[in-house]
Design a protein around this ligand. Structure first.
Ligand SMILES: Cc1ncc(C[n+]2csc(CCOP(=O)(O)OP(=O)(O)O)c2C)c(N)n1
Ligand SMILES: [Mg+2]
Length: 325
């Protein structure tokens, strides 16, 4: 593991990152309630507990870089600056959503935010993100692509093919595995030949690194180094972020395949609590400023839900628009 030096000393940056994590958490919790009450139909995958990976990586990127996500993607989009009201509207199937209400949770993107999209195909975003990195290289733009995926996706052929070509062609890409221990209801030890996904980096001639995915500062430091390496033309890295999804796989999951004790042990390592404590201990943020942020985010999420509820559905006559066959 790389040495971790606490580099987030700037109060404005710390406040921004804290706000972003709390916004993701509250957005997801509101969404969970909305599904439970029947206000939203269909399904979604929540990233409660995984906020630090999204926010830490986005903080290491700059304008002109891209993020590509997977089915657990709301946090990645919000961390890139996506408007929670329009993401919420998309989940409500409303015309004001990023995909006009036709995409939902797993089909949402915004190029202006450098967000290339969520993706319902496990591992499907990995070759797409690698291709985007190839485009950046061929166009001689200075950008980097951050490709997020889960531990389960690291067993898909697309993962292996992408890392091979990404490394061979020295593409400006950072592969970020959010290892939350489970793919759906299956524990990693029952599905995966290695204990650490980062060990697979060696097979493709790139650096592999394990970080505490619940430690925003650690994620940020590792991502910054890997992004710089990619931008300098030295090729990809694989970062494995050890984390945990605190809610079920998707909305109807009763979590029978894991123990409440295991959940409690991860709750004691909550990324938001950890960062909050660190910023207070290091006197970078005050309790008042943190509480103020929490209040502002409450109101922002309430407004997002109101906006989504009050927005119109897309008209039926547009049903065949944006359909490719
Ligand atoms: C190609 C493909 N196979 C199977 C599925 C069904 N599926 C949806 S999510 C998921 C688990 C993915 O696990 P992981 O990559 O660890 O992500 P996590 O859900 O843990 O965030 C599976 C198997 C799918 N969507 N696509
Ligand atoms: Mg997983």
């Amino acid at each position: 593991m790389m040495p971790t030096t606490p580099t987030i000393r700037d109060p404005a940056l710390a406040a921004k990152l804290y706000r972003s994590m709390v916004l993701i958490r509250e957005f997801e919790q509101a969404l969970d309630q909305l599904f439970a009450s029947g206000a939203i139909r269909g399904t979604a995958h929540f990233c409660v507990g995984q906020e630090a990976t999204a926010v830490g990586v986005s903080a290491a990127l700059q304008a002109g870089d891209y993020v590509i996500s997977y089915h657990r993607g709301h946090g990645h989009f919000i961390a890139q600056g996506g408007d929670p009201a329009r993401i919420m509207a998309e989940l409500f199937g409303k015309a004001t959503g990023y995909s006009g209400g036709r995409g939902g949770s797993q089909h949402v993107s915004s190029f202006e935010h450098g967000f290339l999209g969520s993706n319902g195909i496990t591992g499907g975003g990995i070759p797409v993100g690698t291709g985007a990195a190839l485009a950046l290289k061929l166009q001689r733009r200075n950008g980097v692509v951050a490709v997020f995926f889960g531990d389960g996706a690291a067993n898909q052929g697309a993962f292996h093919e992408s890392l091979n070509l990404g490394s061979l062609w020295k593409l400006p890409v950072v592969y970020l595995c959010e290892n939350n221990l489970y793919s759906m209801f299956t524990h990693l030890r029952e599905s995966t030949s290695v204990g650490h996904i980062a060990d697979r980096a060696a097979a493709y001639g790139m650096p592999g690194q394990i970080v505490d995915g619940n430690d925003l500062v650690e994620v940020f430091n590792a991502a910054r180094q890997a992004v710089q390496r990619a931008r300098d033309g030295q090729g990809p890295s694989l970062i494995e972020c050890k984390t945990y999804r605190m809610l079920g796989h998707s909305k109807s999951d009763k979590r029978a395949y894991r123990t409440r004790e295991e959940e409690a042990s991860w709750q004691a390592h909550d990324p938001i609590t950890l960062f909050r404590k660190r910023m207070l201990d290091e006197r970078i943020l005050t309790p008042e400023s943190l509480t103020a942020i929490e209040g502002e985010v409450d109101r922002q999420v309430e407004q997002a839900v109101r906006f989504a509820r009050e927005s119109p559905f897309p008209p039926a006559r547009g049903l065949e628009e944006s359909v490719y066959a």
